[in-house]
Design a binder for this molecule. Structure first.
Ligand code: SAH
Length: 356
């Protein structure tokens, strides 16, 4: 080294301190968030039955491939690219000659996945939009596809990061937008939605059994102080269910590992904030026009409101002669797969095929 060379920086950031033997908060999971610096950690967390922070384990991959049946030379549209888990399984099947068109409305995530899929760059075409605009994307991409995949909802990366506001486990801003460049946040939605509309959404979008009580508690809480943080919302839901934050935490410590009382509320509000059912309806409506002869569509849904829409659209498409065949029953994850990937527990796969 000569005197003119820049001095190497020796200062290293100390690891975040956490109590106990394992990190619990997202920000403490520094190893999982930098897998390239800590090889082996991702595999370790998976073996323990968890999903490493900042990663996403794709669901029902073998079943998706079986139903989508991608072949060399085909053009496949992945409407929910996410971390590119399914895309990475599909790409080798459509090469040589094939092309994967990927959509995700989360621009930051789309760019990370673009980098991850760099080896396939020549066979890849990515669009940072909602799949509600699938027909415009198709128009830019030659008009039609051999396969269409949608793995609905949010990714583990989005759920895990408290700053996104999807998590009821840690405090963060009440955002919940998948696309942070546009639209109203959960905070804005919760400031104005009527008690009746909220109760309706809790029932329809999340099967919340205490919908009326929860809606009343949320509206009551916001009258006292605007809800700005995820924990403000969690507190309001807990109060409707007879808990405070402290009594709920005590219950968790005693080993109550059931569904978090606020889980359904967070799901319903997230679906409203992102207009998820409207986007799904538009995709289901457009699909028969966008699929080539013999083309296949595969949809993974995560709650009854979504699954019902998919089931009805495919059934009507079959009756109307648009589709040649559709899945009879939804395909579910096996207990073993669910154990190593809890997000798989509520997943349902349905498919439909065009006449050849
Ligand atoms: N199959 C992916 C994971 C998908 S998770 C994988 O294996 O890695 C769902 C993704 O869909 C998220 O990244 C979310 O931002 C995106 N998404 C959800 N609804 C969307 C919509 N209407 N338009 C575009 N992207 C959407």
């Amino acid at each position: 080294m000569t005197m003119d060379d820049p001095v190497p920086t020796t200062e290293r950031k100390r690891r975040p301190r956490y109590s106990g033997t394992h990190p619990h908060r997202f920000g403490e999971k520094y190893k999982e968030l930098q897998p390239e610096r800590y090889p082996g950690i991702v595999e370790h967390v998976r073996q323990q039955g968890g999903t490493p922070a900042g990663t996403h384990v794709p669901i029902l991959v073998a079943e998706v491939l079986a139903a989508l049946d991608p072949k060399p030379g085909e053009v496949v549209l992945d409407c929910t690219l996410g971390a590119g888990g399914h895309a990475s399984a599909i790409l080798p099947k459509i090469l040589p000659g094939g092309r994967l068109v990927g959509i995700d409305r989360d621009v930051a995530e789309l760019e990370r996945t673009r980098a991850r899929l760099e080896p396939f760059a020549e066979s890849l075409s990515l669009h940072p939009v909602s799949f509600a605009w699938v027909e415009s994307v198709a128009a830019e991409e030659g008009g039609s596809f051999d396969g269409i995949l949608a793995d609905l909802g949010v990714s583990s990366m989005q759920l895990d990061d408290p700053e996104r506001g999807f998590s009821y486990k840690e405090d963060g801003p009440l955002d919940m937008r998948m696309d942070r460049s546009t639209g109203r946040t959960a905070q804005h939605l919760l400031a104005s939605i009527s008690e009746e509309a909220l109760a309706g959404a809790l029932t329809e979008l999340a099967d919340e059994p205490d919908a009326a009580k929860v809606a009343k508690a949320i509206v009551g809480a916001r009258a006292r102080k605007p809800l700005q943080r995820t924990l403000d919302l969690v507190r309001a839901v807990l109060s409707a269910k007879g808990y405070t934050l402290a009594t709920w935490k005590a219950r968790v410590k005693e080993g109550d590992t059931g569904l978090h009382p606020a889980a359904r509320t967070f799901q319903a509000i997230r679906i409203l904030v992102n207009g998820e059912l409207d986007a799904l309806d538009r995709l289901l409506d457009a699909a028969p026009r966008l699929l080539r002869p013999g083309g296949r569509i595969v949809i993974l849904s995560f709650h009854s409101g979504e699954d019902r829409r998919v089931k009805i659209a495919f059934r009507d498409g079959l009756r109307g002669g648009l589709y040649e065949a559709v899945s009879e029953e939804s395909v579910r994850s096996t207990p073993t797969a669910t154990r190593s990937n809890p997000r798989a527990a509520s997943a349902r796969l349905r498919w439909a095929r065009m006449p050849a």
